[in-house]
Design a protein around this ligand. Structure first.
Ligand SMILES: Nc1ncnc2c1ncn2[C@@H]1O[C@H](COP(=O)(O)OP(=O)(O)OP(=O)(O)O)[C@@H](O)[C@H]1O
Length: 347
């Protein structure tokens, strides 16, 4: 299949300054996002998923900045944007974000109808009755019944799942090209979770959106992602199609993540958890950042950062285990049969 790149990140570095110390949060990431795809970025808390995607919208906290690299979008380098005026041409309009907690994105003092209408007036140029009609249409589209009545209500009158639908309605009403969903369902119970993911999927198709999901939960992305990028300590350590990452994972960190899928938890047995802690990003990371937690670490892992090794044209991983000179190490037995276990229903 021909792929067109909508967003191209090259050698991106992000640093934060905190009490005179520098934290290296993103360490040289390169990534091409394909138009129309659904890309999931997975990794433990603190791996840099949010910081990475916030650079696409100029949303880094004020003590952080992009210190190297490029973010190419529409012939522009977003990494060079400095003013709010520049970012206003991108935020919401080209790239929109749905956050984990809808309450932080909604104004508690305004009706949800007014909030959606603002987005429509601003981005679709509609006014008055036309804009109001569009509000009702959008509400229906995101699965909110009785749109006329609901549009007059305030955020606190909606359940968590319904609020998330409203946030999605606002994001989509701006007609962005890329929708970033940052743990969009973490705060919701499982049934609602599935409904929200389905809604995003439907809207993606309808509006030809490119979606980027950020999550720590591989189980969630199994059902929605075309490709998966696995992040560890501010870097993408493995990337491939959903099929490749689930059924032919190469990086020991991906093995560990897959091992902690709740679906694999045998009754009565404790859930697998990854031993050790990620590196302190205030200190320079030497070699493979995962080495101290990697039971299969080689000597070189502690000395030199691995390059990407290509597994297939769509699949690559940064691990010395893929070097032809490395000893052959098999993934753990329990993740070799994920296909038969039906863990990934999507592929
Ligand atoms: N304003 C800040 N100042 C200093 N460090 C920061 C700041 N914002 C983020 N960081 C650090 O950057 C790193 C990446 O954080 P980030 O929030 O992107 O992780 P994440 O993978 O999205 O995790 P989570 O799922 O918990 O949000 C972490 O070490 C975090 O402590």
């Amino acid at each position: 299949m021909e792929t067109e790149t909508i967003l191209s990140v090259r050698d991106l570095d992000v640093k934060f300054t905190l009490r005179g110390q520098v934290l290296h949060a993103i360490r040289g990431i390169s990534l091409d996002v394909h138009r129309g795809e659904s890309l999931a970025i997975v990794g433990e808390s603190g791996s840099g998923k949010s910081v990475f995607t916030k650079t696409f919208m100029g949303l880094l906290d004020s003590n952080g900045s992009v210190t190297a690299g490029e973010i190419r979008y529409n012939g522009q380098d977003l990494a060079g944007y400095t003013t709010d005026q520049q970012w206003r041409t991108i935020r919401g309009r080209e790239i929109a974000m749905v956050m984990q907690d809808p309450m932080t994105s909604l104004n508690p003092l305004k009706t949800i109808g007014d909030q959606i209408e603002e987005a429509i007036v601003l981005h679709q140029g509609l006014k008055g009755a036309e804009a109001h009609a569009q509000v009702l249409k959008v509400l229906e589209e995101v699965g909110i019944d009785q749109p006329e009545r609901r549009s007059k209500q305030y955020p606190h009158e909606f359940s968590g799942g319904m609020r998330q639908r409203v946030v999605i309605a606002i994001a989509v009403a701006c007609r962005p090209k890329i929708l970033i969903c940052d743990e969009p369902t973490t705060a919701l119970d499982v049934t609602i979770q599935a409904q929200i993911l389905q809604l995003i999927k439907d809207l993606q198709k309808k509006y030809d959106l490119t979606t980027i999901y950020i999550t720590h939960d591989l189980g969630v992305v199994a059902n929605v992602a075309d490709r998966i990028a696995v992040m560890y300590a501010g870097d993408i350590v493995e990337i491939g199609t959903c099929e490749e990452v689930f059924y032919d994972p190469k990086h020991p960190y991906t093995w560990a993540l897959l091992s902690s899928l709740p679906q694999l938890g045998v009754k009565g047995e404790e859930l697998y958890s990854i031993k050790g802690t990620p590196p302190n990003l205030f200190l320079e990371v030497k070699g493979d950042a995962f080495a101290p937690r990697n039971p299969h670490a080689l000597k070189i892992d502690f000395v030199e950062r691995p390059p990407y090794f290509e597994v297939s044209p769509t699949h690559k991983a940064r691990t010395w285990l893929l070097d032809p000179r490395a000893p052959k190490v098999e993934p753990p037995e329990h993740i070799k049969h994920l296909r038969e276990q039906g863990v990934n229903r999507h592929v």
